[in-house]
Design a protein around this ligand. Structure first.
Ligand code: HEC
Ligand code: HEC
Ligand code: HEC
Ligand code: HEC
Length: 236
């Protein structure tokens, strides 16, 4: 059974006007405090820095002209201009009097005619000696670097500029010799681009004095050498 509400109980629950003012003032003070924001929020992680421009530069390191021409003493000649005048010997690992600027550092691939056609100097040569056009050097590389060439055709090796969306423009797959010097193809050591800086990976420069990063597998390279297990066969 519900008790009938009595007048006396409602009267005793009433708050005096002074009390209402006091509550209002407390709320107003709180609102003012929150508005003034005396303890601003501080992100526990370093802010994501901008990726430096040199790291996103799409230009390749070389820009060969893909024409069988060479400039000697200020004049530009087609290769055949000289080479049709004299027959070439069958082997060439001798020191040359011409083209002294070329020093071949391509490992055991150390013969000019592995690449240049002996009979037509304006072209390269495939395994059977047939001509590969001078502006298609990737087909030359393909005869010995088949796997890398396959990767390159699929866009896995090298780089592709231009557009994925064919309606906006063509793809521009960069030819091998835009990156590799065919006579000395190894790359000099490169400066790596800075690593990603995402919240999930945590601070990539953690302050290890307060929170040791030892448990974080992503930061294993920051750990002191003693805490990393030695590689197999490298025990102390
Ligand atoms: C100004 C004349 C001249 C031009 C132009 C020229 N060469 Fe030569 N090249 C020579 C001479 C001379 C030799 C032989 C040097 C020796 O035997 O000491 C030679 C040698 C070579 C050899 C070594 C094999 C051989 O035939 O003896 C290669 C490979 C070669 N040239 C490639 C080229 C290519 C590729 C071009 C064009 C990009 C070119 N040359 C343009 C004069 C020229
Ligand atoms: C006649 C075969 C042949 C052709 C053609 C050829 N290569 Fe090579 N290349 C080799 C061999 C063999 C090696 C391994 C050399 C060694 O380590 O002794 C090599 C090594 C390389 C390397 C690794 C170099 C290093 O030391 O890291 C690169 C890069 C390369 N070639 C690029 C090219 C490019 C680009 C072309 C086309 C312009 C090309 N190669 C054409 C045979 C060839
Ligand atoms: C791995 C294949 C390869 C070998 C081996 C090779 N060349 Fe080349 N050579 C090329 C390619 C590809 C080019 C076109 C490069 C360019 O345009 O940057 C070229 C260009 C040249 C040029 C034109 C000038 C220049 O630097 O672009 C000359 C001259 C030349 N080669 C001479 C030689 C001589 C001489 C030898 C032997 C000592 C030789 N090459 C060995 C692939 C080769
Ligand atoms: C956008 C630049 C670029 C282009 C284009 C490119 N490469 Fe490379 N290539 C590289 C770099 C970077 C490396 C790694 C070099 C290193 O590790 O020292 C490499 C490595 C290589 C190697 C040695 C390592 C391996 O995987 O065997 C070969 C061989 C090679 N490239 C051949 C080619 C051939 C052939 C082409 C064309 C079909 C080509 N590259 C096109 C940049 C390029």
């Amino acid at each position: 059974m519900v008790k009938p509400a009595s007048d006396s109980s409602t009267a005793s629950a009433q708050v005096s006007p002074a009390g209402i003012w006091a509550i209002a003032i407390v709320f107003a003070a709180l609102a003012g405090l929150l508005f003034a924001n005396p303890w601003p929020y501080q992100r526990p992680y370093a802010g994501a820095g901008l990726v430096p421009e040199w790291a996103t530069d799409t230009a390749t390191v070389r820009s060969p002209k893909l024409k069988p021409e060479v400039t000697v003493a200020g004049y530009t000649y087609p290769c055949s201009a000289c080479h049709k005048l004299f027959p070439s010997p069958s082997e060439t690992d001798r020191a040359l009097t011409q083209h002294g600027e070329i020093s071949l550092e391509h490992g055991i691939n150390n013969r000019c005619f592995n690449c240049h056609s002996r009979t037509s100097r304006d072209a390269f040569a495939d395994h059977r000696g047939a001509a590969i056009p001078y502006d298609q050097p990737q087909l030359l590389c393909a005869k010995c670097h088949g796997l890398v060439f396959r990767d390159w055709t699929h866009g896995v090796h090298g780089r592709t500029n231009g557009y994925w969306d064919a309606s906006r423009g063509p793809l521009d797959r960069q030819k091998c010799i835009r990156c590799h010097d065919p006579h000395a193809p190894a790359f000099a050591a490169m400066r790596p681009a800075p690593g990603p800086n995402t919240l999930r990976m945590g601070d990539t420069q953690p302050d290890t004095t307060h929170h040791p990063a030892v448990e974080n597998p992503l930061l294993i390279h920051k750990q002191p050498a003693e805490s990393v297990d030695p590689k197999p066969g490298e025990g102390h």
